[in-house]
Design a protein around this ligand. Structure first.
Ligand code: F6P
Length: 342
């Protein structure tokens, strides 16, 4: 049995831990061989491979990024994409493919399996934590840790200058990173895409924080939107899966706060630092377990499935089901943290 492995979409801490888990168990317990595909779906599309064996995965557990490289290549955008992938898998004698990715990468895997019979197993990854069917995706815990540390640091500089600091975090159309890091970092305002925000209300919270002689920290998710108006974007560009590139709302909000309250406001956009560097212990643990369970799914011939964390157990769910709907923040959960606003 030869197993192909690819990592697609935005990278995230823990990808190497999955690869290591797959290869170690696959080789040691099942005697499998592996073929790594470079840069997500570009690898099988163009036949670009990298050797993947036990020496190749030595020492990669604590390393961020992915030894296979990643891209947002969408093979379904190519007229003959599916044919080329099938031909390359056959040429490389790959019997099963493990796709490690988020909504887009796994969406392709679901279609390859459901419509074209390509034997795929999915592993969910994204710092956004927005995949339904799994309680957590690896990468999220690391991103929240990085954002929380940044918020802790911003408190002291905000207070030295008595100015507003707006922190824009990633998360696409889900507010998980903003909610968790904002709560852990003691932010005074947390704004998420799931609930449109009222700039006047934000200014009222900011003003009340100053009245208590503290400087406010406003955490805003990149996908958050004002109540009146549209999403605030830097430019309107789209990625190859047709998603608009986010970021810009933090800068916009700081300007609004400054002009409406007369208080100095600055913005910190955390950006890709949230995705870089070494994974947290939790992410290494979760990613490793996903790798071990994904290779078991291959052994069982249980294709079209994605491994998922439910409670403390790893289960298998149909990939198509897991990618059909985004997992967003429950309004009740958001309301719960409102006691700290202002
Ligand atoms: O999906 C992960 C993510 O980091 C989002 O939070 C963010 O909007 C996007 O990827 C950024 O993508 P890119 O690295 O392509 O700019």
């Amino acid at each position: 049995m030869r197993v192909g492995v690819l990592t697609g979409g935005g990278d995230c801490p823990g990808l190497n831990a999955v690869i290591r888990g797959l290869v170690r168990k696959g080789v040691q317990e099942y005697g499998y061989e592996f073929t790594g595909y470079r840069d997500g779906w570009r690898g099988p599309l163009e036949g670009d491979t990298v050797p993947l064996d036990i020496p190749a995965v030595r020492g990669i557990l604590p390393r961020g990024g992915t030894i296979l490289g990643s891209s947002r290549t969408n093979p379904l955008n190519e007229a003959d994409g599916i044919r080329r992938i099938k031909e390359n898998l056959a040429k490389h004698e790959v019997d099963a493919l493990v796709a490690i990715g988020g909504e887009d990468t796994l969406g392709v895997a679901a279609r390859l399996y459901d419509e074209y019979g390509v034997p795929c197993v999915g592993v969910p990854k994204t710092i956004d934590n927005d995949l339904s069917a799994t309680d957590y995706t690896f990468g999220f815990d690391t991103a929240v840790g990085i954002a929380t540390e940044a918020i802790d640091r911003l408190h002291t500089t905000a207070e030295s200058h008595m100015r507003v600091l707006v922190v824009e975090v990633m998360g696409r159309h889900a507010g998980w990173i903003a909610l968790h890091s904002g709560l852990a970092g003691g932010a005074n305002v947390i704004l998420i895409p799931e609930q449109r925000f009222d700039v006047d209300q934000v200014c009222a919270w900011v003003t009340s924080r100053f009245k208590a002689s503290y400087a406010p920290i406003v955490v805003i998710a990149e996908g958050a939107m004002p109540k009146d108006g549209e999403a605030v974007l830097k430019d309107g560009s789209l990625d190859s899966f047709g998603h608009v590139r986010l970021s810009g709302v933090g800068e916009w909000l700081a300007k609004e706060i400054e002009s409406r309250t007369g208080k100095e406001a600055r913005t910190t956009v955390l950006g890709h630092v949230q995705r870089g560097g070494t994974p947290s212990a939790f992410d290494r643990w979760l990613a490793t377990r996903f790798g071990l369970h994904a290779i078991d799914a291959v052994r069982d011939g249980d294709f079209g499935k994605m491994v998922a964390l439910q409670g403390t157990g790893i289960v298998r769910v149909p990939i198509a089901e897991a990618t059909a709907k985004l997992k967003t923040v429950d309004p009740k959960l958001y309301k719960e943290v409102g006691v700290f606003f202002g």
